[in-house]
Write a protein that binds this ligand. Structure first.
Ligand SMILES: NC(=O)C1=CN([C@@H]2O[C@H](COP(=O)(O)OP(=O)(O)OC[C@H]3O[C@@H](n4cnc5c(N)ncnc54)[C@H](OP(=O)(O)O)[C@@H]3O)[C@@H](O)[C@H]2O)C=CC1
Ligand SMILES: Nc1nc(=O)c2c([nH]1)NC[C@@H]1CN(c3ccc(C(=O)N[C@@H](CCC(=O)O)C(=O)O)cc3)C=[N+]21
Length: 297
């Protein structure tokens, strides 16, 4: 018997519907339209596609979408000046600076110059600290989407063994914090982990965020475990085309796992839905209004 497929695309559509309903209420009852600004420096084609789909999802939810595409040679001072303007702009409630930035720009400095209340990625040191101490914060979109799918599928996560493979600031570490917040026993694995297969075999929940195509095979997975595959890797496919694969080897993991997210159609669409959710949440908080339910951690 194969695993239950956790349909991230369908779940994301539900989240986006909830967001749209809340946006309509903000517009009708308060005359407020939540606004999201996305800043893209450089012209990485994959990033451009991603920025476009975010813009489309934002407008479809009834929100204002603003895109700033800057030349790859943009100076740090110019980028910081733009962020200062967006911080001061009352029509903008969320700011996302697409990562990675070109090498000449200091990523930490740029991210930490965003008003933490508008930091819908949850990457600002204030939000990282708030999350780490269990206080209300903006929660990074990808881990938030993973948490929502896990809760939906498993109900309570309390007491489960969770292994997060990857320790990046944008996925691995915040994911581990969220799982800890839901009372999992959390292990964070990375490139120096000894006996990764053995570590993963003990997990009721596996979150793979590595960036190595199909690295996790089915024989690492404990029978019945829930597998969340964050990886988005473009590899060569048939007839000179490329295709997307995750960090898990889907064909073999699917045979052993209790449930698994596909790539594409799993974590990716939830990331975008959570970005919209965070923008509405930020908007409500900034106006002292009630937040939408079920859209935060
Ligand atoms: N679906 C979505 O919405 C999103 C998907 N992604 C995707 O998720 C993946 C991870 O992204 P991100 O966190 O930014 O990646 P990073 O490259 O920042 O981090 C990768 C992590 O994987 C670890 N790692 C590398 N090789 C191994 C190995 N052989 N065994 C165990 N651990 C290893 C690294 O360990 P070490 O620290 O020791 O180097 C590092 O901690 C990528 O495929 C990315 O495209 C990312 C963001 C959003
Ligand atoms: N500041 C910042 N915040 C981010 O959240 C951020 C970022 N920078 N830089 C890049 C990564 C990557 N990321 C993705 C989100 C959705 C899909 C997504 O929707 N993927 C579709 C497939 C899309 C396709 O076909 O190419 C899917 O998985 O089904 C992919 C990747 C967010 N990131």
């Amino acid at each position: 018997m194969g695993a239950t497929i956790i349909d991230g695309k369908a779940f994301a559509a539900k989240v986006r519907e909830k967001v749209a309903t809340h946006v309509a209420r903000l517009v009708d009852e308060h005359g407020i339209t939540p606004g999201l600004a996305v800043v893209l420096v450089g012209e990485d084609p994959a990033s451009q596609v991603y920025v476009r789909s975010k813009g489309k999802a934002t407008t479809e939810a009834g929100m204002k979408s603003v895109e700033h595409r800057l030349d790859p040679s943009t100076s740090e001072a110019d980028l910081l000046a733009l962020i200062r303007d967006l911080n001061a702009d009352e029509t903008i409630h969320g700011i996302l600076v697409q990562l990675p930035l070109p090498k000449h720009l200091d990523e930490d400095l740029v991210i930490n110059s965003i008003d933490p209340a508008k930091d819908v990625d949850g990457f600002h040191i204030s939000n990282v600290g708030l999350l780490g101490t269990g206080q209300k914060s903006m929660v990074p979109c990808t881990p938030l989407g993973c948490l929502m799918m896990l809760r939906e599928h498993l109900g309570s996560l309390s007491g489960l063994n969770a292994v997060v493979i990857g320790r990046s600031n944008i996925v691995g570490k915040p994911m581990a914090q969220l799982l800890l917040g839901d009372s999992c026993t959390v292990t964070i694995a990375h490139s120096r982990t000894k006996d990764l297969p053995g570590v993963v075999r003990g997990a009721d929940i596996v979150v793979a965020a590595v960036g190595r195509p199909e690295m996790v095979p089915g024989d690492w997975i404990k029978p019945g475990a829930t597998v969340i595959d964050v990886g988005i890797n473009r590899v060569d496919g048939d007839a000179g085309k490329t295709r997307l694969v995750g960090d898990c080897y889907y064909a073999s993991c699917e045979k052993v796992a209790g449930a698994i997210t596909p790539v594409p159609g799993g974590v990716g669409p939830m990331t975008i839905a959570c970005l919209l959710a965070n923008t509405v949440t930020a908007c409500c908080r900034s106006h002292g209004l009630a937040e939408p339910e079920g859209l935060t951690a």
